[in-house]
Design a protein around this ligand. Structure first.
Ligand SMILES: [Zn+2]
Length: 95
């Protein structure tokens, strides 16, 4: 088969949208490493942070407990609720 249709390949230097873990936003990124059609690494055009390509996905969904807590906290006029319970002690962080 002799299809000559150009596929949309990603090349180094192309600009793609991706989630920047530094800006914490979907930003324009320049591709800096590819493998075949796969984008491996990108660099944020805003903060110049290099990171693996994330396929435009942000961080994992919020912890539902924390999300509810944040929502409560963002409501005006609500009394300050107690801090959400911590998850079983994998963290040593203390305030
Ligand atoms: Zn950035």
């Amino acid at each position: 088969m002799g299809e000559s249709g150009e596929e949309r390949r990603h090349r180094i230097g192309d600009v793609v949208d991706d989630y920047c873990p530094h800006c914490k936003l979907l930003m324009n990124h320049g591709i800096i490493a590819v493998a075949g059609d796969e984008i491996l690494k990108v660099r944020c055009n805003t903060c110049m942070n290099e990171h693996p390509y994330r396929h435009g996905r942000g961080p994992k969904k919020k912890d539902p407990v924390k999300a509810a807590y944040d929502e409560l906290m963002s409501r005006p006029g609500m009394p300050r609720p107690p801090a959400p319970p911590r998850k079983g002690g994998s963290s040593d962080e203390e305030e």
